[in-house]
Design a protein around this ligand. Sequence first.
Ligand code: A3P
Length: 314
Amino acid sequence: MGDLSSNPNSNNYENYLNLPKARFMDAMDIIQWEGFWFEPGLVQPAMTFRSTFKAENNDVVLTSNMKTGTTWLKSLCLCILKNPKTDEDYDLLVKDNPHFHVPTIESTIYSTKPNIDLYKTPSPRLFHSHLPYIVLPDSVKNTDCKIVYIARNPKDTLISMWHFFNSILHHDQDPFPLDKTVDCFLTGVHQFGPFFDHVLQYWIESKKKPQKILFLKYEELKRDPKGEVKKLAEFLGEPFARDEEIDKVLWRCSLERLQNLEVNKNGSTMYNVHNSLYFRKGVVGDWKNYLTPEMEDKINQTSRIKLEEYGLFL
Ligand code: A3P
């Protein structure tokens, strides 16, 4: 799957060599493709995904930028679509981390041995991608498969990202300074950035095709979990029969519960990230503990300039 030379679109490789490059936080290279920045290792998997993936009408593709609530969304959709309604005790989330059950396609192509078929899972297939809308495969855009996007306010996303990158540094590396992280975020030179363009593309598409793309906000899920999860289940074609079912899914997917499951305290995903790192505080407004008023102003201003004219407020 990850071998571009055996791929009908292997001219991808030549294109790849000519792509613009930059440094993220003076620490890692990143590469620009189709107007967005990626870790170098993910560009070819993303190209492969785009040129080879054949969506099926009942596929569900979850999409998000980094640190916007992906793990939560994966858990919720897993419970709605994959936990059998007839067996109360059966819970996939206890067995493995949500990222194991709902693979992030580009990362899985990058890390999987070529002969493992990522796409052979029982229907409805449930996938995730951090890729921007513009590079999603045509078959995802043009079939009846559904897309769910989760957005989060830029200030909490940025702080969550900053914590995450600092937590995966080698012990001999200095922590990333916050002011530089803010600058990278605002110039868009970061993994899957520019953040604002990423959100905006999905927002605009969701307005055009509300039956196909559900646009969720992390803050709304926190404010009205029952209402939002009900909406999500209806969109996925699996409406809840009883209120207690929603409560159960919310409890199963709560940060507190997931964080304390053995598999998340001690396991690692196939992306070589310790499972515990996917769970931190999950608090709306945590940015207030870190950003200076000047940083806050700069981010608010960019958010307003980029999003407000489209009726989006983050
Ligand atoms: P914080 O760093 O602000 O705590 P992602 O899953 O896209 O990587 O996003 C990670 C963010 O979502 C982290 O935010 C993490 O704590 C939060 N998160 C993870 N699981 C969650 C859950 N079940 N409910 C609410 N928030 C969750």
